[in-house]
Design a protein around this ligand. Structure first.
Ligand SMILES: NC(=O)c1ccc[n+]([C@@H]2O[C@H](COP(=O)([O-])OP(=O)(O)OC[C@H]3O[C@@H](n4cnc5c(N)ncnc54)[C@H](OP(=O)(O)O)[C@@H]3O)[C@@H](O)[C@H]2O)c1
Length: 205
């Protein structure tokens, strides 16, 4: 799959390198432009491409891995989404350590805001419920996989995102729509920070 990763910090870099390693065509962009990424990409050891924001936004699947405070700026670009997928990995922090603050969205949610900012995209929420160091921490037993929750309104887009979740070694579990499950995955929701494991690929009844 052709994947654009927006944000080259912990989430963007980790997932971009893992997906490139699995054979996806991955472009990564940050706020400082291509030149700032070229040396790092050259040392990545996987076929990752440094890209401008505009280039990275034009892939089949775009992973949003920027601070919540930058989402409006990124999605304010003139982009024709035309049904392409946005994977929203953001959490609604307005500031990070040592003064973590969360935006009060009232009766709204981050991913629904993302969906409204890109109305012709198919938005799927994923990769936001665990810190990256926990998401890819060593497993307690070799037959286990760590669960990664996924939410979205378009079944095909959810399936496509579940497929890349599997590619990075996690066990995707689709839990519902953006409006319900997406909210439950947000900071302070019941799925935020929840670490579960699955035995094998499927749970048999
Ligand atoms: N850290 C985690 O473990 C974790 C886990 C799950 C979810 N999240 C969420 O995932 C998102 C990313 O988190 P993070 O910790 O990886 O990094 P972050 O500190 O939230 O994001 C920094 C990255 O975003 C880029 N960026 C900022 N504004 C941009 C713009 N206008 N255009 C393009 N790129 C822009 C920065 O570019 P420069 O490099 O040029 O500064 C940098 O690469 C956040 O919303 C966070 O809440 C984080």
């Amino acid at each position: 799959m052709k994947i654009g990763v927006i944000g080259a910090a912990t989430v963007g870099w980790t997932l971009a390198t893992k997906l490139a390693d699995k054979g996806h065509s991955v472009q990564i962009a940050n706020s400082r432009g291509v030149d700032s990424l070229v040396p790092r990409v050259a040392d990545a050891g996987v076929p990752l491409q440094a890209a401008s924001l505009e280039e990275a936004l034009n892939n089949d699947l775009v992973l949003l891995a920027v601070p919540w405070t930058k989402v409006r700026e990124v999605l304010g670009q003139d982009v024709d989404w035309d049904g392409r997928i946005i994977v929203d990995a953001t959490n609604i922090f307005t500031s990070y350590a040592p003064d973590f603050q969360i935006e009060d969205l009232g009766n709204d949610s981050g991913s629904e805001i993302v969906a409204r900012l890109a109305p012709t995209a198919r938005v799927v929420k994923a990769f936001n419920t665990l810190p990256i160091e926990k998401m890819f921490a060593p497993l307690p037993a070799k037959e286990l996989k760590r669960v990664l929750f996924v939410a979205g309104d378009d079944a095909r887009a959810v399936q496509d995102v579940m497929s890349i979740v599997e590619d990075v070694g996690l066990a995707p579990v689709a839990i519902g729509s953006l409006a319900v499950a997406g909210r439950q995955m947000e900071l302070q929701g019941p799925f935020s920070g929840l670490e579960l494991f699955r035995i094998g690929r499927e749970i048999s009844s």
